[in-house]
Design a protein around this ligand. Structure first.
Ligand SMILES: Cc1ncc(COP(=O)(O)O)c(C=O)c1O
Length: 390
């Protein structure tokens, strides 16, 4: 590559994203059935859009806010954290960020030195792995237990700890598996963190989308973990606000100025118009969240029913949360190379999915399917796959 010698080692080591590659390939094919995007297809609710328009018209959105975000918004976020996450929070413990992603990136930058190891239960969201790499940290992928619905391998995590381990980073409900880590397991993880003096960084993007009696548990709600946890959240999934780029993090007050030092060079502050929209999201009616959840529950069940008809091709666990699932590919070819399998499915059946390898080596032999799409999209994709696999 022309600029190879100019590119930092940090960036050069990062491989092209398989997710973006599939998106690029999908654009070359007409009338694709998309099951590859983890982005809500619903539009942002009207009252949120109206609040943003009013903020623009009122002249409230043209400047920067405090780098940690509008105080009024942080006050609402604190109330939400107390009410829904059982985290005793106040506005001084909150930074409003450019989506959960920038909150996670700023946190990793603030905590990780070159050579520090970060444990990630895997398969996991590939962006987390890249965030550790870009901070010159070392991602240590500890496989989850697939035979038990991708739960945490607590023993495996313990065994992976070395003197260089600095943090554990996980997302629950999980992207890509949809597993909701139980309170019992997260309490065991907390014990490990406390015993070994490790920080825990959480990505709770799908916190409201849990089904079948599964409960989302925030590890920072354990009183001893308050000083050891940075919890990252987002408006993206809860209120279908992907493009608004707005999220937030919660941490001990003493840590906030350090994380803010990493947040400012990347963002200065989160988009102010989006902060006003987020305020409306928290203060307004919450029935949209219930509606999204009911939709995802229906599309999950439809996808499972359709997968049952392809039981010689895929084996799956019904996900307890998120709007993603991670079937194992049973055919010989797919087991070895999920990238070729998914690319063939795209070219030959016009169905776009994400190869499991995008989520770390333990994801190989799987593919990720998103059910945050209309039912017709699921039916179209599975009709095509049934014909294709014959
Ligand atoms: C686990 C997880 N975290 C974060 C994000 C992105 O969040 P945001 O848009 O708030 O940056 C995604 C998007 O797919 C995700 O799956």
């Amino acid at each position: 590559m022309k600029y190879d010698h100019r590119i930092s080692d940090r960036v050069r080591q990062i491989k092209k994203s398989a997710i973006h590659e599939m998106t690029r390939l999908s654009r070359e094919i007409e009338d694709v059935a998309f099951l590859s995007w983890a982005k809500p297809t619903s539009d942002t609710p009207e009252h949120i859009k109206e609040a943003a328009i009013a903020a623009i018209r009122g002249g409230f959105a043209g400047g920067y806010s405090q780098s940690s975000g509008l105080l009024e918004l942080r006050e609402e976020i604190a109330k939400k954290l107390v009410r829904d996450n059982h985290i005793p929070a106040n506005p001084a413990q909150i930074v409003v960020t450019v989506g959960a992603i920038e909150g996670l990136a700023a946190t990793v930058m603030a905590l990780i030195d070159p050579g520090d190891e970060v444990i990630l239960p895997s398969p996991t969201y590939s962006t987390h792995i890249r965030q550790v790499l870009i901070a010159s940290g070392i991602p240590v992928l500890v496989p989850t237990i697939e035979s038990d619905r991708f739960i945490l391998d607590i023993k495996g995590i313990k065994e992976a700890i070395t003197p260089r381990t600095k943090a554990i980073l996980y997302c629950s409900p999980s992207n890509p598996t949809g597993t909701v880590f139980s309170e019992k397991q997260l309490r065991q993880l907390a014990e490990i963190a406390l015993e070994h003096d490790l920080m825990v960084i959480t990505d709770e993007a799908y916190e409201y989308f849990v089904y079948d009696g599964h409960k989302h548990f925030s590890i920072a709600s354990i009183p001893e973990m308050m000083d050891y946890t940075v919890s990252c959240f987002t408006f993206t999934k809860t209120y279908a606000m992907t493009g608004w780029r707005i999220g937030y993090l919660h941490a001990d007050e003493a840590l906030i100025p350090q994380i803010t030092k990493a947040h400012i060079p990347f963002a200065i502050c989160a988009p102010v118009v989006s902060q006003h929209a987020a305020l409306a999201a928290l203060q307004g009616p919450q029935d949209c969240v219930e509606m999204f959840k009911a939709h995802y529950l229906a599309t999950r069940d439809l996808m499972c029913r359709r997968l049952d008809r392809l039981s010689s091709i895929f084996a799956y666990y019904k996900p307890g949360g998120s709007y993603l699932m991670f079937p194992r590919i049973l055919s010989e070819k797919g087991r070895m190379d999920s990238t070729t399998f998914c690319q063939q499915l795209l070219r030959e059946a016009r169905v776009s999915t994400t190869p499991g390898i995008a989520f770390g080596p333990t994801g190989e032999g799987h593919l990720r399917l998103s059910f945050c799409v209309p039912e017709e999209m699921i039916n179209k994709a599975f009709d095509r796959m049934e014909t294709y696999f014959g």
